[in-house]
Design a protein around this ligand. Structure first.
Ligand SMILES: NC(=O)c1ccc[n+]([C@@H]2O[C@H](COP(=O)([O-])OP(=O)(O)OC[C@H]3O[C@@H](n4cnc5c(N)ncnc54)[C@H](OP(=O)(O)O)[C@@H]3O)[C@@H](O)[C@H]2O)c1
Length: 248
């Protein structure tokens, strides 16, 4: 049986997810690219394999119970344990007005991917993470979900007053803390990563950071040692929550 560590990354056919998969693959992890579209997933996995990475596509739509369950079954037939889960899949769409005009249907659609998706995938893959004995879960959050930033008139996030996206990530931050508290007993660390404003399809490549820069914090949190933090929110060297005093 392979002694390589394993990682599942959702939304990994492009953008930050693919870069996180690439970086973990370069660290000798076997990476499973969770992708809702099989063709896009196969293409991304083939691209990484061409770079020498042990990459596999895994059909996985984070909004679908059936798809996530099937993905966990498929994964479990090949690997008994999972060392890293990066809940990266996310959308930022359909919401351009102020909170008073946000359509509930748009809000539900965003929550399905950004908030319920990570819960659904974490629950489905948890048995494999427990078997790792040192599982790491990374939730891809955003500074836009920070309540302090939204109240800070000097923050560049202050003017981005988007009800659905911002609150979907605030909820994800709380979900991170609650899972971290429960899963500490299994040696699992759960942290939220803020990649910063990164040039991807999500923002029509307006972001200032490269995917290499944006992926860095998620990779660090995915590969934390035993003494690393849990239940924190991290952006590069900056942190809030229990991890903020941590030297790592
Ligand atoms: N870019 C930024 O500035 C920024 C800043 C803060 C946080 N983030 C967060 O970082 C994460 C990655 O964003 P990104 O910038 O890399 O965006 P991206 O390039 O648009 O990639 C998003 C990924 O999520 C996938 N996805 C969407 N809906 C899905 C579903 N239902 N099931 C499975 N996968 C799904 C997409 O697949 P398809 O190709 O099939 O659509 C794609 O692979 C998101 O959670 C985002 O909120 C990004």
């Amino acid at each position: 049986m392979s002694t390589r560590k394993t990682a599942v990354i959702t939304g990994a056919n492009k953008g930050l997810g693919r870069e996180i998969a690439r970086r973990l693959g370069q660290k000798e992890y076997t990476v499973w690219l969770g992708c809702r579209d099989t063709e896009r997933g196969d293409k991304a996995a083939a691209g990484l394999r061409a770079e020498g990475i042990d990459a596999h596509a895994l059909q996985l739509d984070v909004t679908s119970d059936a798809s996530v369950k099937e993905a966990a079954l498929t994964f479990g037939k090949i690997s008994p344990r999972l060392d890293v889960l990066v809940n990266n899949a996310g959308i930022f769409t359909g919401e351009w007005g102020p909170p008073s005009q946000t359509r509930l249907d748009d809000m539900r659609a965003i929550y399905e991917v950004n908030t319920f998706g990570p819960v659904r995938v974490t629950q489905a893959f948890l048995p494999f993470l427990v078997k790792s004995g040192q599982g790491r879960i990374v939730m891809m959050s955003s500074s836009l979900g920070s309540i302090s930033n939204q109240l800070d008139t000097t923050s560049e996030d202050y003017g981005v007053n988007l009800l659905a996206y911002n609150s979907s990530k605030s909820a994800l931050n709380m979900i991170t803390v609650l899972f971290a508290k429960e899963l500490a007993a299994h040696g699992i660390k759960v942290n939220a990563a803020n990649p910063g404003y990164t040039a991807t399809d999500l923002n029509q490549h307006q972001g200032r950071r490269t995917v290499a820069e944006g992926a860095e914090i998620a990779v660090r949190l995915a590969t934390l040692g035993q003494g690393g933090p849990t239940a924190g929110f991290f952006h590069d060297g900056h942190a809030s929550g229990p991890g903020s005093q941590h030297n790592w």
